[in-house]
Write a protein that binds this ligand. Structure first.
Ligand code: FEO
Length: 392
């Protein structure tokens, strides 16, 4: 296939991956993904940005079959879904110069076994003139690795952002088709890998706020023709203020915990709080991560197995602890047969959450009227806390 034009002399040479269903052997990909690479032709020089996932290298090879010379290979990000094709590119174009951020150089050597002597580092803000196409390198660390940079094409006002602003979508069209659809996918992607770094993302957003951006061309998913929408969405997701929402990851064995969760959901909804319950026996952890982006409160609900929490609930607890969402309040709901250490065990498994713990509600066997009253009191406490934050 011939390289596909985005704007004159800026060409798409990436690869959709319709069949991939899991990333990092962890993250569900309901809509596949893509590994985007871009070819930029100046009057004098040609540059390639990123080098696709090794499993799709044949797509890039086909795109480049009639491209006899590339002067620069720009590695915005070391993770192998964008750097895996670099060794092949270096072999195909022996005179090519590999450019990366300074922190990326040792990482490229470590992860790909490259000779560091083949890598020239560029500094933050440095420009590269291709002849009528000027690239500016902007360090944007921790989106989501420490070495990541973005590349800005000044004349065409295109930001090649790598992972941030991206989405796991496989499609043949180059551009976003429907802002509503892309926001859900982009939020899922943000939630899964960017959320732990939201403080640094705030700084990165400040860093690009004065750039004139006409297009954002990420390394996954379609190109944004409405860059302000996705930038504003990132501002909201990374912002410190949560929404008036509660996330309840739960699991139940014989129905006691499920009854308590039902009562809590009802009590919160009646009081004007939006609730996102997830039965962890079957939940999509990507959707759980998305709900955690905004939530002010998390309530973990589980029965006791032996003396500890049902092990399935740890999928949610460990994920929330790793993603460090902006939640401000937490509680624990559950049931036990004869004894248990559930509350202590769950609390100790989420040290990264800087939350105020609201009184847990644990019932012995089936919840009794007094237990449901405690659930109602928990809902009242959550509402009070949300009001204190001005969310309700
Ligand atoms: Fe798409 Fe961080 O790699």
């Amino acid at each position: 296939m011939k390289p596909r034009e985005i704007v004159p002399d800026v060409l798409y040479v990436g690869a959709p991956d319709f069949d991939r269903r899991l990333f990092d052997s962890l993250i569900p990909l309901p809509d596949g993904t893509s590994y985007n690479s871009y070819l930029i032709r100046g009057r004098d020089k040609t540059a390639l940005i990123d080098a696709v996932e090794p499993a799709k290298l044949h797509v890039l090879e086909a795109y480049l079959a009639d491209v006899p010379k590339i002067d620069y290979l720009i590695s915005n990000h070391t993770e192998q879904d964008h750097s895996g094709g670099i060794p092949w590119i270096l072999g195909r174009y022996p005179g090519i110069e590999l450019l990366s951020s300074q922190p990326a150089k040792p990482m490229l050597a470590d992860h790909l076994g490259l000779d560091p002597a083949r890598i020239r580092t560029v500094s933050d803000g440095e420009r590269l003139d291709l002849g009528g196409k000027t690239l500016r390198f902007i360090y944007t660390p921790w989106v989501h690795w420490p070495e990541t940079m973005s590349t800005y094409l000044e004349e065409d006002q295109i930001l090649f952002s790598c992972d941030w602003f991206g989405s796991h979508i496989a499609q043949t069209g180059l551009f976003v088709d429907g802002v509503g659809c892309i926001m859900a996918e982009a939020k899922r992607y943000y939630a899964e890998i960017m959320m732990p770094f939201r403080k640094i993302i705030q700084k990165n957003l400040d860093k690009i706020k004065d750039l004139e951006i006409r297009l954002i061309a990420p390394s996954h998913g379609p190109i944004h023709r409405d860059p302000r929408s996705i930038i504003e969405a990132y501002r909201d997701w990374a912002d410190d203020k949560p929404h008036n929402t509660v996330v309840i990851p739960w699991v139940s064995m014989h129905g006691s915990t499920a009854l308590m969760v039902d009562r809590l959901v009802t009590a919160l909804v009646e009081r004007g709080v939006e609730v996102f319950p997830f039965n962890m026996a079957s939940a999509d952890i990507g959707q759980l991560a998305m709900a955690l982006v905004d939530a002010a409160t998390i309530v973990v609900a589980a029965p006791t197995v032996h003396v500890g929490p049902h092990p399935v609930i740890f999928n949610a607890v460990i994920l929330a602890n790793a993603l460090r969402p902006k939640v401000r309040f937490a509680s624990i709901v559950g049931s036990y047969g004869w004894a248990g250490m559930m509350v202590e065990t769950i609390k100790s498994a989420m040290p990264n959450l800087k939350v105020e713990l609201l009184p847990p509600v644990i019932s012995k066997g089936l919840p009794k009227p007094a237990d449901f009253e405690k659930i109602d009191a928990l809902a009242e406490a959550i509402v009070g806390k949300h009001k204190e934050l001005g969310l309700l």
